[in-house]
Design a protein around this ligand. Sequence first.
Ligand code: ACM
Ligand code: ZN
Length: 528
Amino acid sequence: MKQLVLLASLLLLSWTTTAATPEINIVPKPLLVKPAEGSFTVDAKTTVAAGPDKELLRVGRLFATMIEPVTGHNLPVKRSSANAAILLSVNDDLEEEEYRLTVTPHDITVQGGSPKGVLYGLQSLRQLIVDGGGVVPAVEISDKPFFGYRGAMLDVVRHFMPVEDVKAFIDIVAMHKLNRFHWHLTDDQGWRIDIRKYPDLARVGSIRKETLFGHLRTSSEYDGTPYGGYYTQSEIREIVNYAAERYVEVIPEIEMPGHALGALTPYPWLGCRGEGYNVWTRWGISSDVFCAGKETTFEFIENVLAEVIELFPSKYIHIGGDECPKARWKACPHCQQRMKENGLQNEEHLQSYFMQRVEKWLQAHGREIIGWDEILQGGISKTATVMSWRGSKGGIAAAKAGNKAIMAPNTHCYLDYNQTAEPRYEPLANGKYLPVRTVYALDPYDQLTPSERACILGVQANLWTEYIPDFFHAKHMLLPRLAALAEVGWACDRKDFEDFRKRMSHFRKTYDAAGYNYATYFFDGKDE
Ligand code: ACM
Ligand code: ZN
């Protein structure tokens, strides 16, 4: 009888422990999660202790503002740990982006390999706090990312995003534990970064006369309204700092030799024809590009980049390289002369000359380049990093050649594509179909041997904004697909789509708490 009672109470105990252990739902998926017993309630009385480290104090304050929607007020962040409930510290045994999050009924400790790692731990804690309405289940989490490069690109040319929106984009990037913001700043439809030496880039090059209305494939209607916008250098500094405070590195993209009408319009001597340029009012690929023959083109680009590297401390500068038609070069005596003098067999080799010359200048100034996968054509230097966008084949070819590569294939990473198979129920978009499941399915190591895999730095989501007029719409395109990409970057070795779907039904509450609108097709099962 005694034994029966014991057995019954044991059974009851195990039943209550299971029932009392809520699931831990975090996106991207952590490496190790060990649920424990009990819970800790974060409320208006909870304080955060950051110790003597100023940077951790700042990170603690950032966290306090992030969870304000749940706690209802800004939690005090102190140096001293006396009576504090959330304890932050740096643990040198951990890798830079690694963290340990331990929740007990008495306190919460967050250790990171650096303040950056601590912030990742706090991003996870934020999700648990939101999910439980302040009640955080006891747990031990050990977590670190799979890839070192986890990026998101925002095109602010086709549609301009004001400073506050760019900051919100960075908040979203940080929330998903991404660490690179690729900022597409120049293109045919506008030049969006002020350059002191060439003031007409911003004054003239940032403005187009009007904008195509409707889809490029079907419309020839224009809205008749001038459109413009650019960032001053002080705004750029403000954004770079804002991102750095969230451990997001900003990588600027200055496009060349194609997608250049924003520069050719104010300074027509930069083009082969030398006149007749207008900031573009439609989408697509302009045949007018930077002249690769004239020395003055390179002088201009070096002067622009000299100011760019002053503003952006990133190791990488993205110099475009995609979609550069060669018709103008074929007809240009300067370009043809350059080819002859340098023994370049064709215009692809001339583009290679162009990119490698700019790369050398940047290297001499301590920087490295990223280029779209077209930079492989006509030959590539050993040191250039390839951003694979026309599917994964460019990244695969780069890795096989020993070049570093970032995987951003349009087949999985172009978040301007439609989200459902029924575009008529969606706002106007690119037209190609990219549901959450397909983003999630990206295999950055596809077709690569173990040694070639070492060349893959990571992954990136791209948001081109032809059909995205404002940031509200941008969030509709980004969320929740960005979460799928974030999980590829952070947790590539532990992906499980059904598990992801379940965790997303919790993570969406963090979007709600932050006040972000997002697409609901995936949550409603309407995207497949
Ligand atoms: C690109 O989408 N043209 C890089
Ligand atoms: Zn030329």
